[in-house]
Design a protein around this ligand. Structure first.
Ligand SMILES: C[S@@+](CC[C@H](N)C(=O)[O-])C[C@H]1O[C@@H](n2cnc3c(N)ncnc32)[C@H](O)[C@@H]1O
Length: 219
């Protein structure tokens, strides 16, 4: 089944280079499993995706809710986590198909059925409480299942709403820092992207890849 918000292909070389040493890799917002294209040869890879139609695309993707990663995998289970969370733009509107101007949503891509309980994909626009609390809770789980010394590779982008830039990239960088991870670098990658809706000409043609490490434990 078609997924409306897949990784831009321009990101692949950057993601692949940042994961080169990983032997066990998690994508907690796995969609249709495109992260498998950037995992090193021979590495174990597991994705978690809440919507069964999308999880079914690849056997490496488990259908589940990433609010429960620690229960699913246990602490320090992964060398690396790579993902692209839900961006708080029009795609995250929780409208049925056919609503004027609301065609390009996660829900519409699922034929209009309600999103699964726990999904962040209906969080709506902007850095609202639902977006922030839900993503922070999942980030806290990620920080535990990532092993000390492990690497986080996080694809995000700022959102344009009514002519204003919503600083999604900075919000995520603060979340990882508050969880004790340390920023290594950030890549700004030119991506033409998908252009829909009223803001299509205002949007940036770049996406950001944040690279953080979980500090190794020292004795
Ligand atoms: C930006 S998309 C990721 C797309 C993916 N990178 C790809 O290329 O296919 C975010 C995905 O996270 C899923 N998702 C939202 N909330 C989730 C949750 N609590 N647990 C697991 N997956 C979730 C959505 O259904 C959506 O498929």
């Amino acid at each position: 089944m078609t997924h409306p918000c897949q990784y831009s292909r321009e990101l692949f070389p950057v993601l692949r280079a940042e994961l080169v040493d990983a032997r066990r890799v998690l994508d907690p917002f796995a969609g249709v499993g495109n992260f498998l294209a950037v995992v090193p040869d021979g590495a174990d890879a597991v994705g978690v995706e809440i919507e069964p139609e999308w999880a079914a695309a690849r056997p490496e993707v488990i259908c589940g809710d990433s609010h429960h990663l620690v229960d699913m995998f246990g602490p320090a289970s992964f060398d690396a986590v790579v993902s692209s969370p839900v961006y708080p733009n029009g795609c995250a509107d929780n409208f049925r198909p056919g609503t004027p101007g609301r065609r390009y949503t996660y829900r519409a891509a699922l034929g209009g059925r309600p999103l699964s309980d726990g999904s962040m994909a209906g969080c709506g626009r902007g850095l609202n409480r639902r977006h922030n609390d839900g993503h922070r809770a999942i980030a806290a789980e990620v920080a535990v299942v990532l092993r000390p010394g492990g690497r986080l590779v996080w694809n995000v982008k700022d959102v344009h709403l009514a002519g204003e830039v919503v600083p999604v990239v900075g919000w995520w960088a603060d979340v990882w820092q508050e969880l004790g991870l340390v920023e290594v670098r950030r890549h700004v990658v030119p991506c033409p992207g998908i252009r829909h809706g009223a803001n299509r000409d205002a949007r940036a043609d770049t996406e950001t890849v944040l690279v953080f490490d979980r500090p190794a434990v020292t004795t």
